[in-house]
Design a binder for this molecule. Structure first.
Ligand SMILES: Nc1ncnc2c1ncn2[C@@H]1O[C@H](COP(=O)(O)OP(=O)(O)OP(=O)(O)O)[C@@H](O)[C@H]1O
Length: 315
């Protein structure tokens, strides 16, 4: 079956006073129908920019380059803005990182739900809220966003973007980062149930591999704007191929024995603008001479697609 989303050589650069800053570079992947792709990487690696590029809602100082960006056969680079708006409304849903940024602070929550879901009747509203475990707030919908907790607002937005609109593609940008552990687990369960029920595809962004591992079929690891490894979730955890993926796994608190100090990855994400060489080379535990000279191309190693010269030797 053809992929729902097909991305080839996607790049985004921001124009700044210091010149063009590349945020996403040469990213390619396909997303199957019903598949959940987790995207992980440290802060600034380009995860949110990539999601935003897929919805074509980049800020005015951004420049999008794409070899191909196709959604269910539609060319998203060439599609006119009205067509894109229709896709965003009906078929591509976005759950943002901070719910408050998507809600008006001066309009009652219930009215905003009805705006977003045109023609929503009381029975359907009840069903929606029950679906995200918010049956108890039904009689408080004339309240304003600040009268709800962050977790409640996040679940309201999930109710709208996911359950209400039943999109074909759901883009979730750190949807559980602001939630406490129990609510986080509920929301992850909800997203998985939704995929099973309506068969939507999902791209789920997080900096937390623990969260990503609970929902993803495949996981993509981003570093300095590039997708440096893409593998089935079980494979990525069992046989991480890229030294950065291994460093991320090593830094997971759950992987440490009690009392052992937490590990970190030395250095910071730099090098996105380096002219030659692998951007991870300055921090890489397995670095070889050629890593400083040539930026690695994507290769298949085992079941993974990986951008690394030393993936086999260093595993
Ligand atoms: N509007 C903008 N103008 C200039 N640079 C930007 C803009 N938005 C993002 N960037 C830069 O693009 C790079 C990627 O940012 P992005 O927010 O996509 O990373 P991220 O991986 O999602 O980080 P986080 O996990 O912190 O959200 C960063 O270097 C960031 O500073």
């Amino acid at each position: 079956m053809s992929a729902l989303l097909s991305v080839r050589d996607l790049g985004v650069a921001f124009r700044t006073r210091e010149g063009d800053v590349p945020a996403v570079r040469e990213v390619s992947f396909d997303l199957a129908r019903g598949e959940i792709l987790g995207l992980v990487g440290e802060s600034g690696s380009g995860k949110s920019t990539l999601l935003t590029a897929l919805t074509r809602m980049l800020p005015p100082n951004a420049r999008l380059d794409a070899g191909r960006l196709a959604f269910d056969g539609a060319d998203l680079v060439k599609l006119r803005e009205d067509g894109m708006r229709k896709l965003r409304g009906d078929r591509i849903g976005l759950i943002p990182q901070r719910p408050m940024t998507s809600l008006s602070p001066v309009t009652p929550v219930g009215r905003q739900l009805r705006w977003h879901l045109d023609g929503l009747d009381d029975g359907r509203l009840k069903e929606l809220l029950a679906g995200v475990g918010l049956g108890a707030v039904l009689d408080r919908l004339d309240g304003y966003p600040h009268e709800f907790s962050g977790g409640q607002l996040q679940r309201l937005l999930i109710a709208v973007a996911a359950i209400g609109k039943r999109p074909d593609l759901l883009l979730a940008d750190e949807p559980t980062t602001t939630l406490d552990a129990t609510v986080q687990a509920q929301v992850l369960r909800l997203l998985l149930d939704l995929r099973d029920e309506i068969g939507c595809s999902m791209i789920f962004v997080s900096h937390d591999l623990g969260v990503i591992s609970q929902v993803s079929d495949r996981i993509g690891v981003m570093y300095a704007g590039r997708l440096v490894e893409l593998a089935p979730a079980a494979e990525l955890f069992a046989t991480p191929r890229h030294p950065y993926t291994r460093a991320l796994l090593d830094a997971m608190p759950s992987r440490h024995r009690r009392g052992e100090p937490l590990r970190t990855i030395p250095g910071t994400v730099t090098g996105a603008n380096r002219l030659a060489g692998c951007p991870f080379a300055p921090r890489c535990a397995s670095v070889a001479e050629r890593c400083h000279e040539e930026n690695p191309e994507v290769r298949t190693v085992g079941e993974s697609l990986v951008r690394c010269h030393v993936a086999e030797e260093s595993a």
